[in-house]
Design a protein around this ligand. Structure first.
Ligand code: MCA
Ligand code: AMP
Length: 467
């Protein structure tokens, strides 16, 4: 999957770096301690140790489950029970929550010398990434090595990504965007990742002013850049000098595209992906960078649009569900053969996204089939899991969760609550969700109501909930 031989810097986190050869040594040493484990969890802090742990698991052929280090107790219990990791890999000195007490810990150190490992079969599972659905708890998406390799090679071709590129980003390392594209991408190219630790426009300026050539981000990050770039000359200059700025995980509003272009002369490249499919389409580095469009299918990926009757629609401008086929796809949802079967139609993966195709083959995403999926800050969040968490709070009698437009986050989570007795403080309910699930799933707004609008069947009519 990676050559890991050169003396070029592979990973930079603050002032800590590892060359490809050094990474091969320390990840190789760790890999020999993992070999034979059925599956391992990785406490995915934004650190060099997380990268070493994931590379070690890949070298050893042991599937890795990246864990959000801010995960709440209920969500962690679910992931641990579902994925049954034999070990949890963590940076030395980092405290782990009690939900991991039953899982033996292995510290990730940056020492040791490389062993040699046979390259596992391409169909072997490499990562299990948890993702939210409309209802219930997050599902473990089993990603084979083939999907990772094919998606990374496809985007490399589209973005003319080489070993000379230094990728800059501040994405979390427990999702596809930050981990697969953002860490494994530079490693497969033989290039460099410069991770900022956290997002800030000052850190972006510094990194792109330095040797950074490309940047990946979610629309919230580009929105924050767009808000500032017109009046922040050093930021504008740093962005102007970059080779490529790529946005994904949610739609980048045209207004933000335009503000960034006006201040920097750079047009952001959009690509469209999903945890289950990795990358599907992208605007090519040399192609027409059209705001609002997610480009053309990547090499090896077939895309079709299917209308409500299940028929493929091909004429330009027709609207349908985006379905995908190719080597970029996941294998299954862990322990969920029912959900896996439901996700496919005649061998095509049903994304749930609704799109249209321009006459020249560019795709645009126009909506989503399920109303109970919210995309906030680039994170996918299921309304059902938040409703279930809120119903556990003694002051909540009934609840409905919706997403409403938010300039910064794309969508913000709103909880419509019928209190049991006196209404609790909104913050108490938000903290409750943050503690049980994860902070990014907390409602940003709580609206107390006397009742929820329901249809004759008793189902909450979410569209009737005004703001
Ligand atoms: C706030 N915090 C709390 C609470 N409230 N902690 C505990 N309890 C609370 N009640 C903490 C948070 O943990 C966080 O800590 C800080 O306060 C601010 O939180 P938040 O408001 O959520 O952060 P933000 O500033 O709004 O974050 C914006 C962001 C973030 C940086 C853009 O949303 C982000 O990183 N998004 C990336 C999502 C992503 O990677 N998606 C990829 C999946 P602290 O500051 O310490 O963190 S999609 C994908 O992979 C597909 C394949 C694709 O297409 O890419
Ligand atoms: P996730 O399941 O967290 O991997 O998120 C995948 C979803 O993010 C997709 O199904 C889309 O709804 C959305 N998404 C990803 N990239 C884009 C994009 N460039 N434009 C619009 N939506 C996107």
């Amino acid at each position: 999957m990676f050559a890991l031989q050169s003396d070029r810097v592979a990973l930079r986190f603050g002032d800590r770096t590892l060359t490809h050869a050094e990474l091969a040594s320390c990840a190789g040493a760790l890999a020999s301690r993992l070999a034979g484990s059925p599956r391992v969890a990785v406490w995915a802090t934004p650190t060099i140790e997380t990268c070493v742990a994931v590379v070690a698991a890949l070298l050893a052929g042991v599937p890795a489950v990246p864990l959000n280090p801010k995960v709440g107790e209920r969500e962690l219990a679910h992931i641990v029970a579902d994925s049954a990791p034999a070990l949890v890999l963590a940076a030395p000195g980092v405290a782990l929550p009690s939900g991991l007490d039953s899982v033996p810990r292995l510290d990730v150190t940056l020492e040791g010398s490389a062993g040699s490992f046979p390259e596992p079969d391409l169909s072997a599972p490499a990562l299990v990434v948890y993702t939210s659905g409309t209802t219930g708890s997050p599902k473990g998406v089993v990603l084979p090595r083939r999907a990772i390799v094919s998606t990374l090679d496809a985007v490399a071709e589209a973005w003319e990504w080489t070993e000379d590129d230094v990728l800059v980003h501040a994405l979390p390392l427990f999702h596809v965007h930050g981990l697969i594209l953002g860490v494994l991408g530079p490693l497969r190219r033989g290039g460099t990742l410069h991770h900022l630790g956290r997002f800030s426009t000052d850190l972006v300026t510094e990194a792109l002013d330095g040797d950074g050539t490309m940047m990946f981000g979610v629309p919230t990050m580009y929105h924050r850049i767009a808000e500032e770039v017109g009046s922040n000359a050093p930021l504008a200059a740093a962005l102007r000098g970059a080779r490529l700025l790529v946005s994904g995980s949610a739609a980048l509003p045209v207004r933000d595209h335009e503000r960034i272009e006006a201040a920097t002369g750079q047009r952001v490249v959009e690509r469209y992906g999903m945890t289950e499919t990795l990358m599907n389409t992208s605007v090519r580095a040399s192609g027409d960078r059209r705001p609002g469009a997610v480009g053309v299918p990547l090499p090896g990926v077939e895309v079709r649009l299917v209308d409500d009757t299940g028929s493929a629609v091909a004429e330009p401008g027709a609207i349908g569900e985006i379905q995908v086929r190719g080597e970029n796809l996941f294998t299954e949802y862990l322990n969920r053969p029912d959900a896996t079967a439901e996700a496919f139609a005649d061998g095509w993966f049903r994304t749930g996204d609704v799109g249209t195709r321009d006459p020249d083959g560019y795709y645009r995403i126009v909506g989503r089939k399920a109303t109970d999926i919210i995309k906030s800050g680039g994170y996918k969040i299921g309304a059902g899991e938040i409703e279930n968490a809120l119903l556990e709070h003694p002051s909540v009698k009934e609840v409905a969760v919706t997403g409403e437009p938010d300039d910064d986050l794309g969508e913000r989570i709103v909880a419509w609550v019928v209190p049991a007795g006196d209404a609790p403080a909104a913050e108490e309910l938000s903290d409750h969700v943050a503690r049980l699930l994860t902070p990014h799933k907390r409602p940003r707004r709580v609206r107390f109501v006397e009742s929820l609008p329901r249809n004759d069947m008793g189902k909450v009519m979410k569209r009737a909930l005004g703001t």
